[in-house]
Structures are given as structure tokens and as C-alpha cells.
Design a protein around this ligand. Structure first.
Ligand SMILES: Cc1ncc(COP(=O)(O)O)c(C=O)c1O
Length: 367
């Protein structure tokens, strides 16, 4: 049996007839930039996220950069983020000329809320909590700290579509929530796509303007800006797929429970834990392997089971960011760096496949 890490073909095949019908309408209308599909997506996405506003953009990295720009983060400012995230989170901070200040993570793989305050200086202007793998951060604590020091919060929700904390959808706790719809995400396009949600009208207008060369009306450029458009074809794809996101997330959660049931007696690994009062949407199912991780990966590969590591290096161990490691304590995330292993996770897995994966992992450690 072959177990794929993700199966984008199955996730798109069920929509393909509908995609083709809509593509034909787009060709007829020839509204290849902007238009009805983009507006519809913004409406659908803000509704499903329970937020007042949504600004579509070209990708999740732009969503971060545009948010930082519109929250007036600039050269010389410091922005706090977890040391364990995808590189975009840090790259966006550098892109606006600010300095990334890394914080260690907790046992949930999210920024350790208790370690944030110690990193705040006079230059700190914002925090970017990342709801990594679909797990909500301890976001209420982070909001409390931000209020105390008058800091902005950009929630990086690229991996956390409809993740909840205390019954509230993430992205609504901070000033903005940023999303990626990279094909492998819980809702994925067939190329790059992104969005920003917020609940403040002035900020919404600022974001909308900035991503469109500083204008809300054609040829009326009021400020500087860039071009970051959600492609019309991608919006059309997302409009079809958004109707299934809740179902797809439930499938992921269901499979996470099955993995946990079948692996719970294996003392050589640690299973992911869900934060209390949170809904983890399992973009990734990440275990901690206490010994022989590389040999386990090889063994699973031989059994035709694909796995991943998200990410092989913590940001403070990546070449451009190594300089920020000095003098700080990253003991948790540096330990996890050597242990983390992502198992196959997508809504079209089967019981048989999960059993096969778990049997192989258990067999490896009893050999
Ligand atoms: C945590 C996180 N932030 C930001 C991004 C950036 O999104 P994109 O690849 O759409 O630019 C990603 C994408 O993988 C991500 O996982």
C-alpha cells in the first residue's frame, strides 16, 4: 500500500465539473482580474470567519507584509514572533525593514505566551502569533500583553482555517488575521492565493488601498501601495471549495483521533495535544519522535509511507536568522527540531491507510 502525505488530486477532483462550468463563464465575461468571483470570495470568507471585513491578496506572505505596512510597522521597529514557523512570518518582518525578535515555543508548538513579555523593548511595535499546524495559540494571554504595551497583533492563520479558541475563530483576536490558500492548505487554491480579515473599517480601507497601488478608485492613487491581487481563477476555485471546508476540517479532526487511538501505547513517540478550549484543525498531524527519527522515516519510506518535517530547521538555525539566536533561550523549539515528524494528513485518507501507518510506526519501535 502507498500512503501519500497529501492528496491534492482527490481534494480537487470532486469539484472539477463545477470548476469547468465557472471557468467557461469567466472566459465569456473576460473579467480575468478582479470581478465577481473575487468579490464573492471576500464575502464568503469574511462570513465563514465571522469577521466584518476581508481583503483578498495574492498569497499569505503578501497578507503579512501588507498587514505590517498598514499597521505602520517600519524600519527600526521590533516585531515578536515564534522561532518555530514557516519562513514567511520572519521574511515579512524583514521586508518592511523591521527586526524580528524570536520567542521559544510551548509544548503545543506555538509561541510561548509566558516568554513574550521578557522580549519587549521600547522598539517593540507588534506581535505575530502563528497558529501553527492548525493549533490555536494562547491568544487571549497574548492579547493581554499587547494591550499592556500598546502593541499590534497580526495573527498568522496561514495553517489555521477556522481554528477556534474559546469558540471564537482565530484571526479575530488581533488587529488582523492573515491567511494563505497555497494548494496544500486546509482550503487550497490551484496556485497562490491569500487573504486578510479584520474588524476595523479604517484599517480595512487602508489594507484595500495598499494592495491596489494606494487607490480605491481607478486612477485615484491616494497613497503608496503595491499590486497584490487574488487571481480571479483562484477566487473561483476557492468559492467552490469553501462550501466543504467545515467538512474537510472535521475529517482531519476525525483522523487525528484515529491516529491517537492507534498510537497511544507507543512510548517512543509523543502525540500532539490539543490546547484546552481550542479547536485544532490539524493542518498537520505532528508527533514527537523521542529516538531514531531518521531511521523511522527511512523505514516508513520503505513501506511506501510519505512523511514530512515542518520544519527541519527552526528559524533561528536558518542562515539569515542565525544572528538573532545569540543570547536567547530556545530550548523547547530546538529540542522539537530534532523530534518532529508530520504524518500523512488530508481529508481523503482512509481507515486502512491510517492503520497501515500506525502499524508500521508501532512495528518499528518493537523491532
Ligand atoms: C505559517 C505560515 N505563514 C505564512 C505563509 C505564507 O503563505 P504563502 O505561501 O501563501 O505566501 C505560510 C505558507 O506556507 C505559512 O505556513
Amino acid at each position: 500500500m502507498k500512503v501519500k502525505f497529501n492528496n491534492l488530486y482527490l481534494q480537487n477532483k470532486i469539484f472539477s465539473k463545477n470548476f469547468l462550468i465557472s471557468f467557461k463563464s469567466i472566459i465569456k465575461r473576460s473579467d480575468f482580474v478582479g470581478g465577481k468571483e473575487v468579490l464573492l470570495f471576500e464575502r464568503k470568507f469574511r462570513k465563514i470567519c465571522h469577521s466584518k471585513y476581508c481583503v483578498s491578496v495574492a498569497n499569505g506572505t503578501d497578507a503579512l507584509i501588507i498587514s505590517l505596512k498598514c499597521l505602520d510597522i517600519k524600519h527600526g521597529d521590533e516585531v515578536i514572533l515564534p522561532a518555530h514557523t514557516w519562513v514567511s512570518t520572519a521574511g515579512a518582518i524583514i521586508a518592511v525593514g523591521a527586526k524580528p525578535v524570536f520567542v521559544d515555543t510551548d509544548e503545543f508548538f506555538t509561541i510561548d505566551a509566558n516568554k513574550i513579555e521578557a522580549k519587549i523593548t521600547k522598539k517593540t511595535k507588534a506581535i505575530i502569533p502563528v497558529h501553527l499546524y492548525g493549533q490555536p495559540c494562547k491568544i487571549e494571554e497574548i492579547v493581554k500583553v499587547s494591550k499592556k504595551y500598546n502593541l499590534k497583533i497580526i495573527e498568522d492563520c496561514a495553517q489555521a482555517h477556522l481554528t477556534k479558541y474559546k469558540n471564537k475563530i482565530v484571526g479575530n483576536f488581533g488587529d488582523v488575521g492573515t491567511f494563505s490558500f497555497f494548494p496544500a492548505k486546509n482550503i487550497g487554491a490551484m496556485g497562490d492565493a491569500g487573504a486578510i480579515i479584520c474588524n476595523d473599517k479604517n484599517l480595512y480601507n487602508k489594507l484595500k488601498k495598499f494592495k491596489n497601488h494606494g487607490s480605491l478608485k481607478k486612477n485615484d492613487n491616494e497613497t503608496y501601495g503595491i499590486n497584490s491581487r487574488l487571481d480571479t481563477i483562484q477566487a473561483c476555485i476557492l468559492n467552490k471549495k469553501i462550501s466543504r471546508i467545515k467538512k474537510f476540517n472535521l475529517q482531519r479532526i476525525y483522523f487525528s483521533k484515529l491516529y491517537k487511538k492507534l498510537l497511544c501505547n507507543n512510548s517512543s513517540i509523543e502525540l500532539p495535544i490539543n490546547r484546552k478550549n481550542g479547536i485544532h484543525t490539524y493542518h498537520q498531524f505532528v508527533i514527537k519522535v523521542k529516538k531514531d527519527r531518521e531511521a523511522l522515516i527511512k523505514f516508513l519510506k520503505k513501506k511506501n509511507i510519505e512523511t514530512g518535517i515542518h520544519y527541519p530547521k527552526m528559524l533561528v538555525n536558518l542562515k539569515p536568522y542565525r544572528i538573532f539566536k545569540i543570547g536567547s533561550d530556545f530550548r523547547n523549539c530546538l529540542k522539537y527540531e530534532k523530534q518532529i515528524l508530520s504524518l500523512p494528513m488530508h481529508p481523503f485518507l482512509t481507515h486502512k491507510e491510517i492503520k497501515y501507518v500506525c502499524n508500521a510506526i508501532n512495528l518499528f519501535f518493537t523491532k
